[in-house]
Design a protein around this ligand. Sequence first.
Ligand code: AMP
Ligand code: GLY
Length: 422
Amino acid sequence: MLVVGSGGREHALAEALATSHLEPEVFAAPGNPGIARVAQTVDIPASDLVALRHFARDNGIDLTIVGPEDPLIGGIAECFWEDGLKVFGPSRAAARIEGSKVFAKEVMRHAGVPTAEFEVFDRQNSALAYLRSRQEYPVVVKADGAAAGKGVTVARTRDEAEEAVREAFSGRFGAAGERVLIEECLVGREASIFVMTDGREILPFLPAQDYKPIYDGNQGPNTGGMGAYSPIMWMEPATYAAVLEEIIRPTLHQLALIGATYTGLLYAGVMVTEDGPKALEFNCRFGDPETQVILPRLGSDLLELMIATNEENILGREVVWSADKAVCVVLASEGYPETSSTGDRISGLDEIPTNVFIYHAATEERDGVFYTAGGRVLNVVGTGPSIIEARARAYAAVERIHFPGMQYRTDIALEAMELEDL
Ligand code: AMP
Ligand code: GLY
């Protein structure tokens, strides 16, 4: 098996694969020092699709599991298929569901999927004119293409919205900003829903919630994700069923209809509103850090599920879960998310307490010592029979870890714990 990527998500994936009862030999490109403990790391960047393909071909890789979106949007599946190599993840055509927000909205419109009302603009002037004529604020401004999570602004006022439109058209997001979506701001609770799919059948995973803003109380700028927990008790089974039937299935059906059959892991970001769940976005891969709270609780064999998905053999299968809950706290470096400090020495990783998983997201190892190597450094996951216990274990483990400038949120899963208390 070959895992492509180098973050905490890929660490969790590599670990779940390495413990499969099929006993695979696991490689990771480029991996990281945490991944190197469970897999053989290979020094090829996730962006070098041709080098990855040659590695897979020359080393008899049976299945390549792609962590990040960029290689999928860039067509890694098609690239590998040319050599008869198997990939767990969608084709370039299907990955557009994440690669273009306008494409995703068009698919949703044709499929009748509940989502925010929207308008598309390919010129700055027409977008600004629209904002001037619009009465209701807040409004959401999105650059069309993948902008590493930075292309979305929830604008409270017209001024903020105009600023976001100008920023998108300024070229700051590259080609991603050449078209802009302006959409209705939805109010409710957000959830991340994953399904594995062969394009027709689905294998639903339990939902998770992530925390995007850097500071407690959801203050400050958005990040790649500062924490997560799973499952989410506030989501009613009927709501979850509605996400599958009204959002995910019609979207998959529509993609198949237009010749972009989706296979792999589909991630729907949804807002549970007063009118039921509505789709915020789709991602063409596992979420980060949601994967880090989902995989430790997976009772089924991840590799078996992936193989069954690729062989279109998932009908009648069920995903089995442990009764445990999981809470992930992300430790970020100084300056994140605007910048990130690197080379800070990390201490406290020698002993990992029981029921705790520590996934490396951006670390470097020199002479047996770990250093920070990016914005999100480590993911500390606690598990236990309740959110209270899982959360206590995660934060107790966080207390043992130190590096200069370390930042983390202290309120991950706090409201989930309060709900559990009732
Ligand atoms: P996206 O990358 O599309 O998921 O957007 C990033 C974040 O912006 C989401 O996780 C939401 O918190 C927020 N967001 C996106 N679209 C909307 C919307 N229509 N209404 C409210 N919040 C939104
Ligand atoms: N957790 C958000 C994402 O993976 O896009």
